[in-house]
Design a protein around this ligand. Structure first.
Ligand SMILES: Nc1ncnc2c1ncn2[C@@H]1O[C@H](COP(=O)(O)OP(=O)(O)OP(=O)(O)O)[C@@H](O)[C@H]1O
Ligand SMILES: [Mg+2]
Length: 291
């Protein structure tokens, strides 16, 4: 097992930057602790602030494969952990020569060969340590969360027919949540916690520059200022980093060298995506740009 373990928080900071992710201070710290202590991290925050991307960047930086489990309502063990390949089992039974006893066949069809492993199992059974991303855990129900607990505290899975499968290597685990429901205390207790929020102006400017390097300095600065003004308003859905980046790329394509009132009016639907929000923003920010 020769995977790199970061030597310091600064190491993680530099490593994530090199992997195309500009971490805030607590992001680097928590990522460092997660890698060294082997604890999962629960990453919460509004949409589009870099939760999922953090896991991808960690996998690039640590040079580990990313195993991703996308959560949704109704997700169950069969899709998350493992299931038996019934069809293959059936074929095996049919192919069995007449006269073979049931015991022999049974031993056979509940072997690893007949197991379909899903992301959680793949992460546990991997030979090389991986980064495991359990994305949008808040979309699942509490039963699923309970199932995760065994995994997250012991890094093992019990399959009745096969026995216990223990992790050969220790994955770095990230769980993300948009906070659509409160997660259980039991889950939180087992995780380190990272709250990702909208970044401050300088930080966001740097992120925008990273994703749209050709955008002129004046426009980039103004863009970030405007986005921050928009976030101050009481909107249904404030623009996220993802929207800032989209807007930057759009302005670049359109060849805008300033954000005038006209440019703003034409392009503001890239950062504001609710009918009522559009009205509020046009009135409060659009007018200010004209002044
Ligand atoms: N610190 C950062 N450095 C570089 N890029 C970033 C950073 N934070 C966010 N981004 C970029 O912002 C975009 C949105 O990030 P991401 O998809 O990870 O958001 P999210 O928090 O997972 O959102 P959602 O809750 O909607 O899934 C991505 O393109 C990502 O590259
Ligand atoms: Mg995400």
């Amino acid at each position: 097992m020769s995977a790199t373990l970061p030597a310091s928080v600064d190491d993680v900071h530099a490593g994530l930057r090199a992997a195309g992710y500009l971490p805030g201070e607590s992001t680097a710290l928590v990522s460092y602790l997660a890698a060294r202590l082997g604890k999962p991290v629960l990453v919460e925050g509004p949409a589009g602030v870099g939760k999922t991307e953090l896991a991808k960047a960690l996998s690039r930086y640590l040079d580990r494969r990313l195993v991703r489990l996308q959560c949704y309502e109704g997700l169950d063990e069969a899709k998350a952990l493992y299931e038996w390949n019934y069809r293959k089992q059936l074929l095996r039974i049919q192919a069995e020569a007449e006269g073979t006893g049931w015991d022999a066949v049974q031993d056979d069809i509940f072997g690893e060969e007949f197991l379909l492993s899903r992301p959680l199992m793949q992460a546990i059974a991997a030979d090389e340590p991986v980064v495991l991303l359990i994305d949008e855990i808040d979309k699942t129900d509490q039963e699923f969360e309970a199932m995760l607990l065994e995994l997250l505290s012991d890094f093992q899975i019990t399959i009745p027919e096969l026995g216990r499968i223990e992790a050969r290597t220790h994955p770095v685990v990230l769980l993300t949540s948009n906070n659509t429901r409160e997660l259980t205390e039991a889950l939180k207790r087992r995780c380190l916690y990272l709250w990702l929020d909208y970044p401050d102006t300088e930080h966001e400017l740097e992120i925008v520059r990273l994703h749209a390097p050709e955008l002129g300095d004046t426009v980039a600065r103004k863009l970030v200022d405007v986005v921050h003004q928009v976030r101050e308003l009481d909107l249904k859905k404030p623009p996220s980093i993802a929207e800032s980046i989209d807007w930057a790329r759009a302005l670049l394509l359109l060849g805008a060298d300033d954000i005038s009132q006209d440019v703003f009016r034409e392009t503001m639907s890239i950062i504001v995506k609710h009918r009522t929000d559009l009205d509020t923003v046009a009135e409060r920010v659009g007018v200010r740009l004209a002044a």
